[in-house]
Design a protein around this ligand. Structure first.
Ligand code: SF4
Length: 212
């Protein structure tokens, strides 16, 4: 598999936020979100075997593993990696752009964190309603919003796809661009059961650093 980095940090962007987590960041993503903070993972990286990643994850001392990107769904060996992590007894999170179907053979014991891309990302044409309809209560939908228009679009779109009742939804502000307090006010005013979260790792660590 093509891997940009592995590191141990605090999970910062899901309902697992706050827990120590071992991250495996894959290389390559065809999207170009306007606010992407991991452009360094678009190219480069190194070839790693599934076995070497499993060994490293096993030795990481954490029961929570996140495979992120880049875009993990374009990695052919993702199902094998995830199966191996689950067999180690790990809780596995996979963060994906929402632009690709669930890979064949991928265990649904892993928790999918699927981005829905509001217009402010510039990538809303990548959204795949069919993918979102395959999600369940163990998964979650994450919307990164740049402004009020993005927030309103997210609620309206997930409503129109019939998803708001079935899958947990988190909304987070674009770091340094959208005021979290304003987002909190929009959530409260909406009356919707969505969870606001900030990118906790960027509060705890230097947001300019890689591997946090
Ligand atoms: S999907 Fe993720 S990795 Fe790809 S451009 Fe968007 S934010 Fe960056």
């Amino acid at each position: 598999m093509r891997i940009t980095e592995t590191f141990r940090s605090i999970q910062g962007e899901s309902r697992f936020a706050g827990w120590p987590c071992f991250f495996i960041r894959t290389t390559g993503c065809p999207l170009r979100c306007s606010w992407c903070d991991t452009a360094y993972a678009f190219t480069g990286g190194e070839e790693r075997t599934v076995e070497s990643l499993l060994t490293e994850a096993h030795g990481s001392g954490t029961g929570l593993i996140e495979v992120t990107g880049g875009e993990p769904f374009v990695q052919e060996e993702l199902p094998a990696l995830v199966r191996g992590l689950l067999d180690q007894g790990k809780t596995v999170l996979i963060e994906t752009s929402g632009g690709f179907p669930i890979p064949e053979g991928l265990s649904r014991e892993a928790h999918l964190i699927v981005d829905v891309k509001p217009p402010g990302s510039g990538m809303d044409h990548w959204n795949k309603p069919d993918l979102f309809r395959k999600l369940g209560p163990g998964d979650e939908i994450k919307a990164v919003v740049a402004n009020r228009a993005d927030f309103d679009w997210t609620i309206r779109t997930l409503d129109s796809w019939g998803l708001m009742e079935d899958v947990p939804v988190t909304v987070s502000p674009v770091f340094g661009e959208c005021d979290p307090r304003e987002l909190a006010a929009w959530v409260l005013a909406s009356g919707r059961h969505v969870r606001i979260q900030i990118q906790l790792h960027k509060v705890l660590f230097d947001p300019a650093l890689r591997g946090v």
